[in-house]
Design a protein around this ligand. Sequence first.
Ligand SMILES: Cc1cc2nc3c(=O)[nH]c(=O)nc-3n(C[C@H](O)[C@H](O)[C@H](O)COP(=O)(O)OP(=O)(O)OC[C@H]3O[C@@H](n4cnc5c(N)ncnc54)[C@H](O)[C@@H]3O)c2cc1C
Length: 349
Amino acid sequence: MRHAVVIVGAGLAGVALAHALWRDGVDVRLLEARTRIGGRILGVDDFDLGPSWVWPTLQPRLAAWIAAHGLRTYAQHSVGALQFEAADGRIQTHASGMAQEPPSQRLLGGSAALLAPLPALQGAGLIETGVTVRALQLGADGVDVIARGADGPRRLQARHVVLTLPPRLIAALDFTPALPAATRARLTAIPTWMAGQAKVLVRYAQPFWRAAGFSGAAFSQRGPIGELHDASLPDGRAALTGFIAWPAPMRTAHADLPGAIVAQLQRLFGSAAAQPLAVHVQDWALEEFTATPADSAAAPREHPDDAPIVLPEPWRTRVLLAGSEVAPDFAGYLEGALQSAAAARIALR
Ligand SMILES: Cc1cc2nc3c(=O)[nH]c(=O)nc-3n(C[C@H](O)[C@H](O)[C@H](O)COP(=O)(O)OP(=O)(O)OC[C@H]3O[C@@H](n4cnc5c(N)ncnc54)[C@H](O)[C@@H]3O)c2cc1C
């Protein structure tokens, strides 16, 4: 079957673009390799294991998206002292804490709330999950999309294809005719923001650190966690969340990473930290549909440049690139994913 547009990748960019095109009346299909939707957006019980912060006063597309879907935000808790753990194990308490201006906001229901159009798209039967796109073949008036699904090989035809996967994964697709080496090199050079990181969520019965005067924020040169924040929900469910500073090979090789994390939280906040309800570790470097070995080897937290990329001829008008890393603005962020979807929608007109 031939579609007007096939979108590859159902992260926020793919979902936002599919929703916009569907509402425009375009015959669109959204293909996703994972068996779940959301890409780097991932949560457990309303807590985030991927992105968690938005800044609607600075991010116009997100502000509009939040308003359009009736979503609610709340400020990152930052009241109380900040802990700093030096490499030699000494701990300093900074009573002034770490207030931000503007404060980072979290979404009620977690970042997964941003996938609000999902039920409508699923109801319309536009999304296929578990379908990994491997190759694109250019025809006279469109593109053949070659994929592998649970039931075996798939081939779809489209007038236009929009690739919303990280550029490093786009560079690994098989294009016929082949992409020029310079284009592949440019795509490969763009790091996928946060792809080499691992995030931890530690849930507790109570936010005991608040009662002791701590904000829950901490920085550590010793690890495993390098940066920690309070992730408690407005309804009272308590949690701390952080980024693991140890490099990917070190955290994978560790015999008891959750145990090391809880031991660190005890060093920072005392014995009340010893009894978590649950410890979740989400290592993004192990996710083949997010990270490449290059992302795991170096996990920079700097953002990619704002860098819209147009493929050269003969692909230029048939295959468009979207996704946060190639956004015209706020590349790497959730805002960038929405910006890239809006740019692709305009380019398809
Ligand atoms: C730990 C972490 C923390 C973050 N924190 C923040 C934050 O606080 N604020 C913020 O703004 N941003 C944050 N980000 C970044 C944010 O998550 C991304 O900018 C955003 O989710 C990217 O959306 P996307 O749709 O562009 O890409 P993705 O979410 O990566 O979606 C791409 C999709 O393509 C699919 N795919 C890949 N290969 C194929 C294939 N061959 N065939 C079919 N499908 C394929 C993937 O499975 C995925 O679903 C964070 C990211 C991480 C990992």
